[in-house]
Design a protein. Sequence first.
Length: 240
Amino acid sequence: MDVVSRAWAADALAFAVVAHGSLYRWAEAQPDREALRGRGIAWAAMLPAGTDADLRTAVVVRHSLHGGLFARLTGDLFVRPTRAPLELAASARLTAASVPTPEVIAYVVYPVAGLLARSDVMTRRLPPGRDFPAAWAADASPAGRGAMIEAVAALLRALSRAGAHHPDLNLKNIYIATEGDATMAYVLDVDRVRFTDDSDASARNFARLARSARKWDAEHALGVGDDALVRLAALAWVDP
């Protein structure tokens, strides 16, 4: 197997993988773990390593899974080296460009046969919050929803400045966190992000997100209406 990690986490991760057979099974076995549901179950746990005085880091470990129409056929098998290295590279570049996204701490690739492999990815846990649909549904106040729109607009502007195109920028891939009086929006699932000089990238990001919002309205009556999308477009400097 191939283990890639931050230097400060290397010893703890080596022990975890040897003791449990995989990074995911280590996280699943932790007594303080918390299940986070998305595409499969990700485990939030405390890694006994860090850069602060406590030498403990809140992390999230997920087993990489395919999505889309062929997910049942492809499951968790990817062509080596899987998409984990792409996620690490994209996360590092986005962070350097001041785009809010989870820090990738480590990934592990498990060869299966031939060119196929499975992978686990560990990221630093974000501050308390919810994905956008859950956050929007939980707070119907004009002030709360206005703050969310402003946070997502700031995220779209940051992606635009970074030249980042996220072809799967849907509402579930935006995480809303409140830290004190501040509302922050983070972009998730960045392994498919591509960096480009294309001037249409920001418009495509907005169009993909607006399409997701309208789908959520149609299927779940979420209530992200055209007024919210027009305000988002104006704040993000994108034509609706």
